[in-house]
Design a protein around this ligand. Structure first.
Ligand SMILES: Cc1cc2nc3c(=O)[nH]c(=O)nc-3n(C[C@H](O)[C@H](O)[C@H](O)COP(=O)(O)OP(=O)(O)OC[C@H]3O[C@@H](n4cnc5c(N)ncnc54)[C@H](O)[C@@H]3O)c2cc1C
Length: 414
């Protein structure tokens, strides 16, 4: 392939998912020249449960997407079912909104990207980043495959937001450690008469066709448009890989939920994917480049949510870059550790234990019998302990995190 053209910009953001679009929006609002490039053409779909935690709602509202959210599904908490119990656990509120939401990624991601473009970022679509050019260790340009030719984007700063597999991150030396728990999940859409249900539902006792218990959970997230997002997810490590046909399991799960959720027809648009979790990624920054969102392994190890982390790390990157730092290599992983290190360390340790179905069989019924324990689990699993929170649970969770990170042989983001 020959070069067809070269573009010049201050910042190039690779990947226009929630992380990349958030970073591009906040940087463009600072008045910086930003190119926001993506391998796909928008609107584009993405394997996801479409669930928005209160933390994601807060971040979307901050971006100015309040009106968008007003027209979408809204939920008041989690209905957790399993081991003979059903618990309704309201979102705790406090420093975050007391409601969550849900929006298909096809429309959500397009809306966030529009915010970035409205702020002044320039879009380049159907451009897959494949390589970089360097000078004295710094990246001077990102090379894209674009419309059958090569496109060079010269930039002072490169933000890598290209998702779980992070093709460009790998070029830059990113390493994903699968000995730490990661997620394997599948989602689909199905018609439901309960599409306006005000609770998102998780089934914590996930069983296979032989009634065997599996270390994972099933979810149904109502979308208030006649459909629900349905899915199954499990945790795995390189020692305990997930040996499950997820799409078959999702169909089986849907069949089990048909009567209760008044489901009709087949599961549509099935899509499965892997999720790096808990910051189990090394080399998240270099002199003038940094990784955000899934590319940096910013996904909650206990429930697989990553939209809020994507949005937050996009904003944090923009705030960090506002001071025009000269070398990001150590500073960016330090910032990520400061915000997420304690919680990720503790959560991925617990997630590693949960990869054992035997343990789940013992712990599940005990946990589900206690509303108190499940309320705690919801707050921790939902990433709803904020840095401002000073209540007893927040303090205990941080203490657990400190103990866990002290024991880590490889700390998050290192
Ligand atoms: C089955 C499943 C269910 C999930 N459910 C939830 C949920 O309910 N709630 C939640 O909060 N999170 C959920 N997650 C996690 C969530 O989807 C991710 O954490 C989130 O999408 C991360 O955003 P991102 O911007 O980092 O990456 P992405 O959303 O993956 O965006 C990356 C972008 O980069 C582009 N790209 C990739 N490679 C290149 C390249 N080489 N060049 C240019 N562009 C490139 C892609 O086209 C894409 O647009 C789920 C994940 C899975 C797999």
């Amino acid at each position: 392939m020959t070069d067809i053209r070269t573009l010049e910009t201050d910042v190039v953001v690779v990947g226009a998912g929630p992380a990349g679009s958030s970073a591009a929006a906040w940087l463009a609002r600072q008045g910086r020249s930003v190119i926001l490039a993506d391998a796909e053409t928008f609107p584009r779909d993405k394997a996801c449960g479409d669930g928005l935690t209160p933390r994601a709602i807060a971040e979307l509202t901050r971006l100015g997407l309040g009106d968008f959210l007003a027209g979408r599904a809204r939920n008041q908490g989690l209905r957790a079912a399993g081991f003979g119990q059903v618990l309704h656990l309201p979102w705790p509120g406090g420093s975050l909104p007391n409601y969550g939401g849900a929006a298909p990624r096809l429309v959500l991601d397009a809306a966030i990207r529009e915010v970035a473009l409205a702020a002044g970022a320039t879009a380049v679509e159907a451009a897959r980043a494949v390589d970089v050019e360097r000078e004295d260790g710094r990246v001077t340009a990102v090379i894209f495959e674009h419309e059958g030719a090569r496109l060079r984007v010269r930039a002072n700063t490169v933000i890598v937001a290209d998702g779980a597999r992070s093709q460009l991150g790998r070029v830059l030396g990113r390493e994903w450690h699968r000995d730490t728990a990661y997620g394997v999940a599948a989602r689909g859409y199905i018609d439901s008469e309960r599409s306006a249900d005000p609770w998102i539902s998780s089934h914590l006792e996930l069983r296979g066709r032989d009634n065997e218990i599996l270390s994972g959970y099933g979810w149904i997230f109502p979308l208030a448009d006649g459909t629900v997002n349905i899915g199954v997810g499990t945790l795995a490590t390189s020692k305990r890989p997930a040996d499950i046909n997820l799409r078959q399991l999702m169909d089986f799960y849907a069949d089990n939920q048909r009567d209760e959720w008044k489901l009709s027809g087949a599961v549509q648009k099935p899509w499965s994917a892997l999720l790096p979790m808990g910051g189990a990624v090394s080399n998240v920054a270099g002199p003038n480049w940094l990784l955000i969102g899934d590319a940096a392994g910013c996904v909650n190890p206990l429930n697989g949510e990553g939209i809020d982390y994507g949005l937050e790390t996009g904003r944090l990157a923009a705030e960090y870059l506002a001071d025009r730092p000269s070398d990001f290599t150590n500073a960016w992983p330090d910032i990520l550790r400061e915000h997420y290190g304690l919680a990720f360390s503790a959560a991925r340790r617990i997630a590693g234990i949960l990869t054992s179905p035997e343990l789940l069989r013992l712990a599940g019924p005990v946990g589900m019998r206690s509303r108190w324990l499940m309320t705690i689990a919801l707050r921790v699993m939902g990433n709803l302990v904020t840095e401002e929170d000073t209540d007893a649970l927040a303090r205990v969770w941080r203490t657990v995190g400190r103990a866990s990170i002290a024991l880590d042989h490889r700390k998050p983001f290192s």
